[in-house]
Design a binder for this molecule. Sequence first.
Ligand code: GDD
Ligand code: MN
Length: 387
Amino acid sequence: MTSSLPLAPAQAVPASVDATGPALSHTPAPALTVVIPTFNERGNLEPLVARLERVLAGIAWEAIFVDDNSPDGTADALRAIGRRDPRIRCIRRIGRRGLAGACIEGMLAAQAPIVAVMDADLQHDEGLLPRMLEAMGVGADVVVATRYAPGGDAEGFSAWRGRGSRLATTLAQRVLHVTSSDPMSGFFMLRRETLEQLAPKLSTQGFKILLDILATAKGRLKVTELSYSFGVRQSGDSKLDNRVLMDFLGLIVAKASGGLVSLRFLSFATVGAAGLVVHLAALRIGLGFALSFLVAQTIATLTAMTFNYVLNNLLTYRDRRLSGWAFLRGLVAFYAICGLGAAANVGAAEWAFYQTAQWWLAGIAGAFIGAVWNYAMSRTLVWKDAA
Ligand code: GDD
Ligand code: MN
């Protein structure tokens, strides 16, 4: 194929721009990239950059802010700072939200071999960064800035938030066998290479990026901890909400079951169990109206399937909720899938009954196969998996 695009004259491109070639400017390549996720943090940017400048004097650094299109104009404010100081860059994501995903994208865009992640709201003590870098220099794979080791504290938390954080920490340590004193910390450092190896397995939802890194690496990383005092947020509000908590529980369930059970499946199965109650109630009412069993059972089945569909659309798949025509199309597909699921259920139960002669075991096996079928098929055909 011939290109009609005007090509730059060859001599405009330096002969060698690989790692061994001559530096193109007087700015040294960064040794440290600080990744800072932001959502509505405009008021904290100037003081944060001034503090980074102060504590990182003498270190070649860059900062990558990852902003999820904050309505308060965080990205514009960052561009203005970047005009004055090219070490400051901003990745602006549109149509996406999520702290963990933002951190991952920022780390993947880092130029330096070592990356730190910290919050923008001045709750993290940036004065720790040079010591974290030192610890990396003497063999740490991950350096965690901890609130829960001697010398650290979480004063910036309200009483209930502090208790919640500690409970989540204990749960994470017990279930996931993570030994860090603060696996929920949003302030840590690691080699970019380590992150690049783990990245394909990390979840982009929620707040638990460090926990996910430690759990996914399964104890293979040498963790060093440095204590600090978690301060009070300077400007703006915390973004931790119920969804973040659900997400955290989801990670615990998924990792504890080796990826076998997801929070989505548990939600789907719970909705299914509630649907059974609806089914029986509808059947009882139908029989009360002197309908024949076949008619009452048919109406009850349709009622329960519709109930399941609506509830799954509201809860299990709230992040890809269907509406309008897509809602109706999804409902029809769901009826078809559940119909086949019922056949799979009966078939599996019959087989299990011949094998074990235990009616209850066969019943459970059938229900389980039916649920897995309904889940797997509706996940791919109704609430389509994101690519
Ligand atoms: N890009 C992006 N997208 N950034 C986000 C998002 C998001 O959806 N949600 C939050 N952030 C940014 C905030 O702007 C802030 O810089 C940082 O992530 C932390 O968010 P906060 O809302 O301030 O969190 P917190 O102070 O309540 O929670 C702290 O403690 C948690 C554990 O107890 C943080 O340190 C968390 O990282 C930590 O997991
Ligand atoms: Mn905060």
